[in-house]
Design a protein. Structure first.
Length: 279
């Protein structure tokens, strides 16, 4: 019963994140900073009241690491949202999932965690996937590729920072630091380039944070209910959902080479995840 519930929660989370990414892709008329600003507002509407209600110290304990997590989170999110202006949504999401490779390298350097030989092979398989997408995929823009790989690199660093924080910080505080910094950064950067939304666009922009929060919430619930090794691979369903959304909503085209590259990335990373959970 718990297993089925956890699977449902994870799939629901993946759908929420996929819808959020699709809305970002749809709102290309807005600069990325305004998108980041509204992404923060929607989530802060949930996190701040919960922090106040539960009387959680809003500044947290390790302020330096919390600030670092928020800062690199802003960079990663901004680069990813901007990459959606250049790449098909399915391709962008697939490439961003290379973040575990960077996380492993950073963990090796900063946390002294070892990488098995088989993991190096799997990372190479994922890298081959990226190379296939760049070399043979349809309209793979170089700027978009650089942006999404930069996003993945900083996302990998985020994993290590969160690991360093451990359980000394409430998850709401970690999210709140990130969202407040997105709010400030996005607001300041979009001030001189502000586009006034119409009613429909207001709803879509504010929904970014709502879908982002729902995705995070139900992903957390799923991991709390069942084994990580069973639940975590379901996260990669987001790639499939994004490809379907890209084809139906945006009329995007994915040739066989692009799909093969995505397949290599997913195989390399999912099997690597399986190995990690067997330790």
């Amino acid at each position: 019963m718990k297993k089925n519930k956890a699977i449902f929660y994870m799939i629901f989370s993946v759908i929420a994140f996929a819808v959020m990414n699709a809305i970002v892709k749809y709102l290309t008329a807005y600069n990325v900073y305004q998108i980041v600003f509204f992404r923060a507002i929607g989530t802060l509407a949930f996190t701040l009241p919960l922090i106040i209600k539960n009387k959680i110290p809003i500044l947290g304990n390790n302020k330096k690491l919390l600030f670092t997590r928020g800062f690199i989170g802003v960079i990663s999110l901004t680069c990813f949202f901007e990459s959606l202006n250049y790449l098909a949504v399915g391709t962008a999401v697939s490439l961003r999932y290379t973040s575990p490779i960077f996380a492993a390298f950073f963990a090796l350097i900063f946390l002294k965690e070892k990488i098995k030989k088989i993991q190096w092979l799997l990372f190479f398989v994922a890298f081959i996937g990226v190379s296939i997408i760049k070399g043979f995929g349809i309209d793979i823009n170089t700027m978009g590729l650089l942006l999404v790989i930069t996003s993945a690199l900083f996302l990998g660093l985020i994993f290590v920072v969160i690991r360093k924080l451990g359980d000394q910080e409430n998850p709401l505080i970690i999210i709140n630091y990130f969202m407040i910094m997105c709010f400030v950064f996005g607001g300041l950067m979009s001030y001189n380039n502000w586009i006034s939304p119409n009613y429909t666009e207001w709803v879509l922009l504010l929904s970014l944070g709502v879908f982002g929060y729902i995705g995070q919430l139900y992903m957390t619930k799923a991991f709390q209910l069942h084994e990580t090794s069973i639940i975590a691979p379901l996260k990669y369903l987001e790639v499939i959902f994004m490809i379907i959304i890209g084809v139906i909503w945006f009329g995007e085209i994915y040739n066989l080479w692009t799909l093969l590259g995505i397949f290599f990335i997913l195989i390399g990373l999912i099997y690597n995840l399986y190995l990690n959970k067997k330790k």
